[in-house]
Design a protein around this ligand. Structure first.
Ligand code: SF4
Ligand code: SF4
Length: 394
């Protein structure tokens, strides 16, 4: 694939404003991109870390491929030194894996690819089905092997006791179709602790940002000391910066400040901001190897001030037991975040259709709002849930 000429792809800058996917509502120009301005010669990755005991060298600033992107954008990231790419079978309903294959097939031996497969405990899990799904991912990615095959969205590692799961991943490893195993999680408080006594995870992908994560720092240190690779996701704490006027006018870019905050923790091997556009690639890669600055703290403090009562912490579940209707509060508010802040409207609506009807906020309007009393962050939970149902219901 020819080297990317950035000028040829100015159109993709339209997805750069919010740091996430493209939106029909967002028509950004270069000038709209806030404080970040590309240098004439973009920075390259300056720092590579070893991913736990896997021995793989990964760039401190790596690439998440969860939402809309062009293969040429990923290739541009590669040209700037990004060699770790994170995808999942479910991202863009498998299209993300196909685009990864298209972008990177001729440099496959020079990059590390992680993909994930999710399993529902409500369904019967069969070894042959798991193997087939992994093989389908390989076909889409045009590769013979996955570097790190993760189980998607683990909330409790007791799930790994399932013999079909154990047999499938063990066979896939023996056949050389996967090199290392791991999991992603929204419940790191429990799963990181469990990973200390479990050998399945050679790499863990978990939420870590300046608004949620400080309470799991001792656990991150322990799993890292054990030799497990540590990868941070959701590092922009909801990605609301594109809607915050006071941040757009700051000299320091919020995404850059947020990345430097995450990577200032020496126990994090890499982070995976979503790189959906050329401007993302340049903006994020420019932070590689750079220490956090005093000005970053100011931007982060401003973000926290404006969003502390707005941002439903993805790894939080404090209010769940207070709800008499068993509403899946944190999942629904996460889908709302995907819709409004990440601009991944269709995907958010799709996730909502998959949620059991009994867990939707059908009776919130008639409830006194026990969830709000239980929320330690003062979110207007009831109102947000009613809004979420309105926008997410297809
Ligand atoms: S407002 Fe809705 S989510 Fe909150 S406690 Fe009542 S029924 Fe549950
Ligand atoms: S609404 Fe509040 S308590 Fe409930 S999950 Fe979100 S942050 Fe936690």
């Amino acid at each position: 694939m020819a080297k990317v000429n950035r000028r040829n792809f100015m159109q993709t800058l339209a997805s750069g404003v919010l740091g996430f996917g493209i939106s029909k509502n967002v028509k950004a120009s270069v000038e709209d991109r806030g404080p970040f301005q590309s240098e004439s010669s973009p920075s390259k990755i300056r720092k590579y870390n070893t991913l736990g005991k896997t021995g793989i060298k990964v760039p401190d600033v790596s690439c998440g491929a969860i939402s809309f992107f062009e293969p040429s954008v990923l290739r541009y990231a590669y040209d700037l030194g990004v060699t770790y790419f994170d995808t999942a079978e479910s991202y863009m309903r498998s299209k993300s894996e196909s685009l990864i294959g298209e972008a990177l097939k001729d440099v496959r031996d020079k990059v590390t690819i992680t993909t994930k497969h999710g399993y529902s405990s409500r369904q019967k899990i069969k070894r042959e089905d798991i193997i087939k799904r992994v093989e389908d991912s390989l076909k889409r990615m045009q590769s013979d092997y996955i570097d790190v095959a993760m189980i998607h969205g683990m909330s409790d590692l007791s799930f790994l006791k399932n013999e079909e799961i154990q047999a499938a991943y063990s066979q896939l490893k023996k056949e050389g179709k996967i090199r290392f195993t791991g999991f992603s999680t929204h419940n790191a408080k429990l799963t990181l602790k469990q990973a200390l006594d479990n050998d399945f995870a050679q790499v863990i992908l978990f939420i870590y940002n300046h608004m949620e994560g400080s309470e799991i720092e001792p656990l991150i240190e322990q799993v890292h000391r054990k030799g497990i690779g540590t990868v941070a996701m959701k590092i922009f704490a909801g990605g609301k910066h594109g809607n915050l006027e006071s941040l757009i006018s700051q000299k320091v870019s919020y995404p850059q400040a947020a990345i430097r905050w995450v990577m200032s923790n020496p126990n994090i091997d890499c982070c995976i901001p979503t790189m959906s556009s050329y401007s993302h690639v340049e903006e994020f890669v420019a932070t590689s190897g750079k220490p956090i600055k005093r000005a970053d703290s100011k931007v982060i403090a401003e973000y926290q001030r404006q969003t502390k009562n707005q941002y439903c912490r993805v790894s939080c579940s404090e209010c769940l037991t207070s709800c008499p209707e068993n509403v899946a509060v944190n999942d629904i508010l996460r889908y709302k975040m995907y819709f409004e802040d990440y601009r991944r409207e269709k995907e958010a609506m799709y996730y909502y259709t998959k949620l059991e009807e009994s867990k939707k906020p059908l009776n919130c309007a008639n409830c006194s709002g026990y969830c709000e009393t239980a929320c330690p962050y003062g979110l207007a939970v009831k109102e947000k849930l009613i809004e979420a149902d309105e926008i997410l219901r297809a």
